[in-house]
Design a protein around this ligand. Structure first.
Ligand SMILES: [Zn+2]
Length: 357
C-alpha cells in the first residue's frame, strides 16, 4: 500500500526535475555563442590551428597523430583545393556549453591531470600541472567541440559541413575514454534539436571502433537513429551500449575493402528505409585503413574515398544536411588519405571547398 501511494508523488517530482533540467539545457543552448553567422564567401570547412595538440613531445607517446587536423588542411591548401581564407574558425565550447550534455561532476573530474591522462591514454600527462593540461590538451578539444556543434548549423544552411576535427564517440555525458574527453556528437545533436528545429537525426558511425559514447547518451531516444559499423574484436567492448544501436553492422578484423564496401551499401539501403532523418552526423574515422594497428581492418585509401563518397551520395539522395567529423585514424598516413578523399568529393561535385583545383 505504501508503495502505491508514494509512486505517483515520486514520479511527478522526478518529471518536474526532468523538465527543469530540460529548461536549463534550453537556456544554455539559446545563450551559447557557438552558433554564429558564417559569411557566404567561406566554405563549410571548419578548422582552427588550435586543434593540433603538441607539447613537450609527450604527444609522440600516443599512437595518435595529434597534428593530423592541421596536416589535412595543409594538403588541401598546398594543392589548391582549399582556399585558406575560406576556412571557418569555430569558438571554444565554454563550461556552460559543455553542461548541455555533461555533468558538473564529470567536468570537475577533468581538473585532475591523472583523470585526463587515463581518458587520453597518455600516462605521463598525469604528472603535469593541470593548467598545462587545460591549455595544451583540453583547450584544443574544446575548440574541436565548438567546430562540431557549429557544423550542424552550417550543414543546414549549405547542405553539408566538415569539421576537420571532432568525432569523440567514446565519450558520453558522464564518462570519457579512448582519447575522447568531450561528447561533441551528443552536444551537436542537442544544439540542433533546440536551435535548428530538427527532431530526427541519423548518426552513421564508420570509425573502426564502436561509438559507445553517443549510444549511451541517446539510448531509448527515438529522435536519434544510430547506424554503427565497427570491429567487435577491439576496444571498447561495451556490450551495454551495443544494445542501444539501431543498426549494428559488425566487421571483423581483416575485413577487405570489397567486403567492407558491400556491407556499407547494404547498410545504407536499410538505414534509408528505416528512418527519415533531418540531419546526418557522419563519424568518418580512418582507423579502418589497412595497417592501422588499432582498427585491424584492411580497407585501402581508395576504399576510404569510396566510403566517404557513398555517405555523401546517401545524404544528397535523401536531401539531408550532412555533418562530417574526422574521428579516429592513428597513422601518419591518415591525414593524406582524408585530404585525398575530400578532393575526390570535390571532383564528384559533392562538396565545393572554395579552392581553385
Ligand atoms: Zn576509432
Amino acid at each position: 500500500m505504501s508503495t502505491q501511494s508514494s509512486t505517483p508523488a515520486l514520479s511527478s517530482s522526478s518529471s518536474s526535475i526532468q523538465s527543469e533540467a530540460e529548461a536549463l539545457r534550453r537556456n544554455r543552448v539559446l545563450s551559447s555563442k557557438l552558433y554564429f553567422d558564417v559569411p557566404r564567401n567561406k566554405a563549410p570547412i571548419i578548422y582552427s590551428p588550435v586543434y593540433d595538440i603538441a607539447f613537450f613531445g609527450i604527444e609522440k607517446l600516443h599512437p595518435f597523430d595529434s597534428s593530423k587536423w592541421g596536416r589535412i588542411c595543409k594538403f588541401l591548401i598546398d594543392n589548391g583545393h582549399l582556399n585558406k581564407n575560406c576556412i571557418v574558425e569555430p569558438e571554444e565550447a565554454t563550461k556552460d556549453d559543455l553542461l548541455v550534455v555533461h555533468s558538473e561532476v564529470y567536468l570537475k573530474s577533468l581538473k585532475s591531470s591523472l583523470n585526463v591522462s587515463v581518458i587520453i591514454e597518455v600516462p605521463p600527462v598525469a604528472l603535469l600541472p593541470n593548467f598545462l593540461v587545460q591549455k595544451n590538451v583540453l583547450y584544443p578539444f574544446r575548440k574541436q567541440v565548438g567546430g562540431t556543434i557549429l557544423a550542424a548549423k552550417l550543414a543546414k544552411e549549405r547542405g553539408w559541413a566538415i569539421n576537420v576535427g571532432g568525432g569523440f564517440h567514446h565519450c558520453c555525458a558522464t564518462k570519457g575514454g579512448g582519447f575522447c574527453v568531450y561528447a561533441d556528437i551528443s552536444l551537436c545533436i542537442h544544439y540542433a534539436f533546440i536551435r535548428l528545429n530538427i527532431s530526427r537525426v541519423m548518426i552513421i558511425d564508420l570509425d573502426a571502433h564502436q561509438g559507445n559514447g553517443h549510444e549511451k547518451d541517446f539510448s531509448g531516444d527515438s529522435r536519434v537513429y544510430i547506424l554503427d559499423m565497427y570491429n567487435p574484436d577491439i576496444y571498447p567492448f561495451d556490450y551495454e551500449a551495443r544494445g542501444y544501436i539501431n543498426q549494428k553492422v559488425e566487421v571483423r578484423s581483416g575485413t577487405s575493402t570489397n567486403d567492407y564496401l558491400m556491407k556499407l551499401d547494404a547498410a545504407l539501403k536499410v538505414a534509408g528505409s528505416m528512418f527519415d532523418p533531418e540531419l546526418l552526423i557522419y563519424n568518418a574515422g580512418t582507423d579502418i585503413l589497412d595497417g592501422d594497428p588499432l582498427g585491424k581492418l584492411k580497407v585501402s585509401p581508395d576504399g576510404i574515398a569510396s566510403r566517404d563518397e557513398k555517405v555523401f551520395r546517401f545524404a544528397r539522395e535523401n536531401s539531408v544536411p550532412l555533418v562530417m567529423v574526422t574521428s579516429g585514424g592513428y597513422m601518419k598516413s591518415s591525414a593524406k588519405v582524408i585530404a585525398d578523399s575530400l578532393v575526390n568529393l570535390s571532383k564528384k561535385c559533392l562538396v565545393d571547398m572554395g579552392g581553385s583545383p
